[in-house]
Design a protein around this ligand. Sequence first.
Ligand code: CA
Length: 226
Amino acid sequence: MRVLLVEDNTELVSLLKKGLSRGGIEADAVGTAGDAGHVLATMQYSVVVLDLGLPDEDGITLLRDLRRRGESTPVLVLTARDGVSDRVIGLRAGADDYLAKPFAMEELIARIQALLRRPGSLLGRRLTFGNVALDTEGRQVFVADASHAFPARETAVLEILLRRSGNVAPKRLFEDHLFGLSGDVGSNAVEVYVHRLRKMLADAGATVKIHTVRGVGYLLTEDKVG
Ligand code: CA
């Protein structure tokens, strides 16, 4: 179990690391929203502990961006702001829990452990549509309950489509998620992965179809006829 701390106060970071390690939790730390975005594009953490007051960007903006690109890791928001409206904004932006500073280390550890015990976070560990399901932790795809190991990028495309559940997913979302923040995306790269995923789903007997919404993005629909 590994936690990512997104906190710019270095003193607090070192206290948190010590406290968490006493509770059997290993932690990495970054001090800016930019670094957090980069790290989370490539690394998998069990929980993210997110401070809202970051030097480069508001933690809420970061959280919204992470959720928009399909990041499902549970997020515990840590902040000096304890107003009800901040709490509501945080939860609406995709936070799973909220803890106001100052807090007791025992409480933070207990809340992190509670997030880890949860069968599904607010966003869910298992996403389903039609006869297709995705275990977002184990990265296994299920079609009519048969397990399939799709390649990582095709699986990521499917995850985004499933998270949008019946809404159009803009193309930019796929670019951000598939290629992180590298910005090095071929113009038809997304089409290529969508095309491959379509074939894999069809071959596996999926009842869902990926529709292209020209100039906008992609939409997952259920084919109830066949
Ligand atoms: Ca701060």
